[in-house]
Design a protein around this ligand. Structure first.
Ligand SMILES: Cc1ncc(COP(=O)(O)O)c(C=O)c1O
Length: 465
């Protein structure tokens, strides 16, 4: 095992070293993969070293390299190496962080890490939570707590902006909110939830006999990085007695910086907040977190006694984390966050998060100054949306969409960078999400220059009829 572990570490390190010269995306059609791998499991084993090399050569690289410095698609992640080693250690020691009895050291470390996050977002001592697989699970657990606080009513409704992530919609469905009762509230010109529209929707629903159980705010919407009006939403939810959940899966960790704290002002007034350390806190998957302002609400919603687990009850001071969410058996997620922060210190994390925002702001300037690019939404946190749209080209939206799709595909197949797109209202938008601690301005600038060049080549030649 020691020899294999050394080889595994060597492979991971080599990969990281070679990453900048590699492409950010690699993929394969199913037919090709079927031919290689869709086989019965072998009856007899083969040398472990061969299996390791096989996986490293033919399986692991066939994926988007989310930690590539030019990976700007969707919401990428770039794990720090202490986090990677922590996951290896956690698997090797394999504690089950379900209960205090099963794993008091790891359970305690989870309390420590959750408490760090609690303080970063400005929550009171009464708050607590748990680490989850990610933002989807955090929202699911939050909506369960919200539903229970509302008394598990019939005809439950949930509200979120038209920019909210599909994970929120899915979580609402899973907790029993009928699809037609998930209200998508219109957003304003900057893609922030429209408060008047929210108030109207809630009032209309109440008059019609529906029961609002939760309102969901974006702290970094996936498409645009938009932050909803958190203070106004908190005022409204307090006045109306409705649970406010903040989806900070992407943007929540901006709270570790001074600028981010200002942008997220009001987050501390929410009933619950979800944050993904596997997005903007540089951890390998899976590392989400749900914080609930009154952690008792979470335990009321999830703790279910079971005779077989009676030995695990150690009293209020020794929480069983499994009483706070969906999972009983749980991996030791806290270790990676703790080991990374202990290794680098918070100053390094603050610099790395700030850098994403700074690079996005520089990308915005570049786009504003380019005669061939059009800014579609200013940088928000680390995301900027734009398209190729040369001044005076006289192309309509459909033609521009064609040009931009062509360019996106060329970046995908021909360039080292990886980008993705979104739709802002009806407009097709290219989108950069800059959250990698190894990304430099040259990475961003050269990617934008490539987009400009491919754009010039894709445009129908001016003057041709
Ligand atoms: C804004 C936002 N919310 C929620 C989610 C879902 O989180 P996860 O994929 O960690 O479950 C994502 C995922 O990218 C996201 O960007």
């Amino acid at each position: 095992m020691l020899d294999l572990a050394r080889r595994a570490a060597e492979l991971v390190v080599q990969r990281i070293e070679n990453l900048p010269d590699d492409t950010a995306w690699e993929g394969e059609f199913k037919q090709g993969l079927d031919a290689q791998f869709m086989q019965d499991p072998p009856e007899e084993g083969r040398p472990a070293a061969d299996v390791l090399e096989w996986a490293a050569r033919d399986i692991l690289p066939i994926a988007t390299r989310l930690d590539h410095p030019r990976c700007f698609g969707f919401i990428p992640t770039s794990p720090t190496w202490p986090g990677v080693l922590a996951d290896f250690m956690a698997a090797g020691y394999n504690p089950n962080t379900c209960t205090w009895l099963a794993a008091s050291g790891p359970s305690h470390l989870e309390l420590v890490v959750v408490d760090w996050l609690r303080r970063w977002i400005g929550y009171p001592d009464s708050a607590g939570g748990l680490l989850t697989s990610g933002g989807s699970a955090a929202s699911l657990d939050a909506f369960v707590a919200a539903r229970e606080r509302a008394g598990h009513p019939e005809r439950a409704t949930v509200y979120m902006s038209d920019q909210s992530h599909s994970a929120q919609v899915r979580a609402a469905h899973i907790v029993g909110v009928r699809p037609e009762c998930v209200r998508r509230v219109p957003s304003d010109g900057r893609f922030r939830l429209d408060m008047d529209a929210l108030a109207r929707a809630v009032a209309d629903d109440r008059a019609a006999g529906f029961n609002p159980i939760a309102i969901c705010a974006n702290a970094g919407a996936g498409s645009t990085g938009t932050i909803d009006p958190l203070e106004a939403m908190a005022d409204y939810c307090e006045a109306e007695g409705i649970w406010l959940h903040v989806d900070g899966a992407y943007g929540g960790f901006a709270a570790v910086t001074e600028r981010g704290k200002q942008l997220l002002a009001g987050i501390e007034r929410a009933d619950s907040v979800g944050m993904d350390a596997h997005k903007w806190f540089f951890q390998p998957y899976e590392a989400g977190c749900l914080l609930v302002k009154d952690v008792g609400r979470l335990e009321n919603a999830f703790a279910v006694p079971h005779d077989m687990l009676q030995d695990t009850i150690w009293g209020g001071n020794h929480p069983n984390v499994s009483d706070r969410g969906l999972q009983l058996s749980r991996s030791f997620r806290a270790l990676k966050i703790w080991m990374s922060v202990q290794t680098f210190g918070m100053a390094a994390f603050r610099r790395a998060v700030s850098r994403g925002m700074e690079l996005a702001a520089r990308a915005e300037d570049f786009i504003r100054n380019s005669p061939n690019l059009e800014l579609l939404n200013p940088a928000s946190l680390g995301i900027v949306c734009f398209r190729i749209s040369p001044a005076g080209a006289g192309l309509d939206d459909a033609a521009l969409e064609g040009v931009n799709r062509t360019v996106l595909a060329r970046v995908f197949w021909e360039d080292r960078a990886f980008m993705s797109s979104t739709r802002l209202r009806q407009t097709f938008a290219l989108r950069l999400c800059i959250v990698n601690h190894t990304t430099t301005w040259d990475d961003v600038r050269e990617t934008l220059e490539t987009v400009e060049r491919f754009g010039a080549e894709a445009l129908p030649r001016m003057g041709e009829s």
